[in-house]
Design a protein around this ligand. Structure first.
Ligand SMILES: Nc1ncnc2c1ncn2[C@@H]1O[C@H](COP(=O)(O)OP(=O)(O)OP(=O)(O)O)[C@@H](O)[C@H]1O
Ligand SMILES: Nc1ncnc2c1ncn2[C@@H]1O[C@H](COP(=O)(O)OP(=O)(O)OP(=O)(O)O)[C@@H](O)[C@H]1O
Ligand SMILES: [Mg+2]
Ligand SMILES: [Mg+2]
Lengths: 226, 226
């Protein structure tokens, strides 16, 4: 399994403890394209952050590529090499250009500068953003920033891509292009994609839809891919 | 007219100057609920920021409630009293609780502390968020932050509400509730709503859809309200 969660639980302290994720079991195989849906506050971002080793569970186990994340020595290195993450709030670095933002993960694994530059421009170009390479995030529209965040997640050609509502700020055309890109990464390049979305059109482009409610899995269904 | 734009233009400097908005004429009457749609980068946020006096045009005129914004003495005060703005990137203050964030516009116009507290809790409650009043933004989900931003925009009971993709991070249920709230504010309370959205379901709830393309108005159509 590329992703295996067993009894995955995340509790946040509060006046009343918040069971943001409450015993989730999930198995995802290589090359799957999985959509995660559910009401606001149902635990989707929490699940994605646990799978992406950006947070630690309170209970239960999360394995990526067969490795228990709790037992990995260098989590930063593990993440930088194998996982591409697209955040719900894009989190571009405000003082770096679009091209420099895309290059950050490559720097993290020691890719030489000239290669970073070339690959960064290619990734931006593949999303129709080449003309924006030199811009700072505050010189971009919301949807342009979101697409730069998509390019950044693909920088190290990761085998697992975790996307938290990557089309929320996109019109149907640019959103459709991002989704087609994910489909091609899964079907033609064997990447595994886990994508959180509120958009049923996007979810139907995936092969499987997992629905969360109150921190638990409510449904887990195969879909005939659109 | 509550909103009147004549030849409204905003150019950003770049290697090639960017005509983000390129001669826009729009008139919006009191009590209208208007949706603005268009491709990523077509100028929607730029238009909203000019109407909301958060940016100045390069050319053309923008009047709100009959006043040329270029001639208003105290723009901050004008904005604080009359305009509620919901940003595409919610922009909650990270060190303030949800309730304190909602209260910020009230502080800006000198509302006493006890009244701010009561009204803030009422507004959060009306969006189903009363139990989150004491949380910091980083203790909230993306959609919860977005709805706190909606509550904040309503704090001073403004006559003009400008919303930049307020449902992008919401599931259909909570998104539908926010849209119904806007409909009621327009139809029952005479508020004027200008809402940017990529979601056709949301746009059809408005009475009119304005479509932008490359900084210009492409279409401006009345809709039979859903
Ligand atoms: N400071 C800036 N310098 C240069 N160009 C800018 C700047 N700010 C915005 N732009 C450009 O102006 C255009 C309009 O931007 P705007 O944010 O209004 O688009 P939008 O319609 O809201 O897009 P989205 O749906 O992606 O939010 C975009 O092409 C953007 O790249
Ligand atoms: N630090 C925290 N302290 C307390 N509660 C938290 C914290 N972080 C998140 N939560 C709560 O955990 C629950 C799950 O949050 P999560 O961000 O995973 O939801 P989500 O499904 O991604 O929602 P959305 O669709 O709105 O993005 C929410 O009810 C949220 O308020
Ligand atoms: Mg989320
Ligand atoms: Mg925008």
């Amino acid at each position: 399994w590329v992703v295996e969660a067993v009894g995955l639980t995340r509790v946040f302290p509060d006046a009343v403890a918040v069971r943001a994720l409450d015993g989730v079991d999930v198995r995802i195989a290589r090359g799957e394209f999985v959509a995660i849906m559910g009401p606001s506050g149902s635990g989707k971002s929490t699940l994605l952050h646990l799978v992406g080793a950006l947070d630690r569970p309170t209970d239960g186990v999360i394995r990526v590529d067969g490795q228990d994340l709790a037992a990995v020595d260098d989590l930063d290195r593990f993440r930088a090499r194998s996982i591409g993450f697209i955040f719900q709030m894009h989190n571009l670095l405000p003082t770096l250009t679009a091209a420099e933002n895309v290059a950050v993960p490559m720097q993290g694994i020691g890719v030489p500068a000239a290669t970073r530059r070339t690959r960064s421009l290619e990734l931006l170009d593949s999303l129709g953003l080449a003309h924006l390479a030199h811009r700072l995030p505050n010189q971009l529209s919301g949807g342009q920033r979101q697409r730069v965040a998509v390019a950044r997640a693909l920088a190290n050609d990761p085998s697992l891509i975790l996307a938290d509502e990557p089309t929320g700020n996109l019109d149907s055309t640019s959103g459709g292009e991002v989704v087609k890109r994910f489909q091609s990464l899964a079907h033609e390049h064997g990447k595994t994609i886990v994508l959180v979305t509120h958009d049923p059109v996007v979810a139907l482009a995936a092969g499987r839809i997992i629905s969360l409610r109150d921190g638990r899995i409510d449904q887990d269904e195969q879909v005939d891919e659109a």
